[in-house]
Write a protein that binds this ligand. Structure first.
Ligand SMILES: NC(=O)c1ccc[n+]([C@@H]2O[C@H](COP(=O)([O-])OP(=O)(O)OC[C@H]3O[C@@H](n4cnc5c(N)ncnc54)[C@H](O)[C@@H]3O)[C@@H](O)[C@H]2O)c1
Length: 379
């Protein structure tokens, strides 16, 4: 196995999921490359050092530019806030490094387009961490749709609900709360949560043609952690839109951080001519399936426990009946990246594919601002 030296930037939530994925993937998958945790970068030296020790990195850095310039690094993995993606990805591609980037790709399509151009001009492998595609039940939904089991698709219905920003006392900005500052995040729940729903939806059901949206910012001012002052809140707290897919099916999308009682309820339901599918992140190892072609007296929703070796990814894990969890979606994505690399390709979604999601989120924000239907740009 050839070694692939990895430099990860950011040691927060995603820094942990990625580090875990690179460490674990070779234990469960036959890979053409061995990921080596070469260096971790965070702004605080103490944090970077203790993260390096905890996760087994060979070294740490506090300036991502040093990681990008290092001859020892083959791949830069960006797990830092959204305002850092553009500059790091472009510098990394120019230095000839492979680039993995957290979602959303850029803060807006202009940033994302430049990032796509940079990796394509440099001819380097690239991928964006839309990890939910690699939950085995979601991958199986894709297989069932591609096999034509649902027939013509009529409806796609999806939500991503959270409740952690309801308090007026919650400040905005800075470490941990950068998501509430649009200058860092790009947008609120549209780019943070709905981007996931949109990526999965277009992967399962093809391109989105047009949207009409409404967004709301329920709490208008919050103290900013970096200035200490009360400042206007610039993100969307909730975002809802109707969409028409190119295949003629109709969709509803909803994301909010004001749905009391819901922590991370990502669900989708797809209704086709013959069959329907439902999936729920809180029960992520199950796929609900209804097939109208079943014998009438036995017809009903099946709750399929995705743990068997003929179901996606599961032959690499335990024995039938034993389920896996959230972190495995990242392990699968790291493994798929390395397998594709062995074949001289980039794994999906590439930067170019992730740009399509940014075109939809940008159309959603434009539609909400203008109270109109907006056509989604295509590549
Ligand atoms: N795929 C998913 O499901 C998913 C989930 C959460 C977050 N994300 C994305 O991952 C990225 C990071 O989010 P998070 O939740 O891990 O954030 P986080 O706040 O938990 O961690 C961010 C880390 O980046 C570091 N950082 C910030 N600026 C830096 C810089 N200039 N140089 C080096 N390090 C820097 C911070 O110190 C922190 O360690 C975001 O783009 C976010 O949208 C994706």
């Amino acid at each position: 196995m050839k070694k692939l030296n990895i430099g990860v930037i950011g040691c927060g939530f995603m820094g942990r999921t990625h580090s875990n994925a690179f460490r674990t993937a070779p234990n469960f998958f036959n890979l053409p490359y061995l990921p080596v945790l070469k260096s971790i970068c965070a702004r605080s030296p103490d944090r970077a050092q203790s993260f390096a020790a905890q996760w087994g990195y060979e070294s740490f850095e506090t300036d991502w530019r040093k990681l990008v310039a290092s001859q020892d690094i083959d791949l830069i993995d960006i797990a830092s806030p959204n305002d850092t993606h553009f500059e790091i990805a472009i510098a990394a591609a120019k230095a000839g490094k492979m680039v993995m980037c957290e979602k959303p790709l850029g803060r807006n399509p202009a940033e994302s387009e430049a990032m796509v151009k940079a990796v394509e001009d440099a001819g380097v492998a690239n991928m964006v961490w839309y990890n939910y595609r690699r939950v085995p039940a979601v991958t199986m939904a894709k297989q069932l749709i591609d096999e034509g089991r649902l027939g013509r698709i009529f409806h796609y219905r999806t939500v991503f609900l959270q409740d952690w920003t309801i308090s007026t006392e919650l400040p905005q900005g800075g470490e941990g709360l950068w998501r509430l500052d649009a200058s860092v995040a790009g947008s609120g729940v549209t780019g943070d949560l709905l981007a996931h729903n949109i990526d999965t939806a277009m992967w399962l059901n093809g391109p989105i043609d047009e949207v009409t949206a409404m967004t709301e910012t329920f709490i208008k001012t919050r103290k900013h952690n970096l200035t200490g002052k009360d400042q206007p809140v610039t993100i969307d707290d909730a975002s809802l839109f109707l969409a028409r897919f190119k295949n003629g099916s109709l969709a509803t999308f909803e994301a909010t951080r004001y749905a009391r009682g819901h922590k991370a309820l990502y669900t989708f339901e797809i209704n086709g001519e013959h069959a329907s599918i439902k999936w729920d992140l809180h029960d992520l190892h199950r796929l609900e399936y209804f097939d109208h072609r079943d014998e009438g007296k036995l017809r009903g929703w099946r709750s399929i426990h995705i743990t068997d070796s003929d179901q996606p990814y599961m032959k690499n894990w335990w024995v039938p009946g034993l389920q896996i969890g959230y972190e495995h979606s990242f392990i699968h994505q790291a493994a798929d990246f390395l397998i594709a690399l062995g074949e001289g390709k980039s794994a999906s979604p590439t930067f170019a594919e992730a740009l399509k999601t940014d075109y939809v989120t940008s159309a959603v924000l434009e539609s909400a601002a203008n109270r109109s239907w907006v056509k989604v740009r295509s590549l």
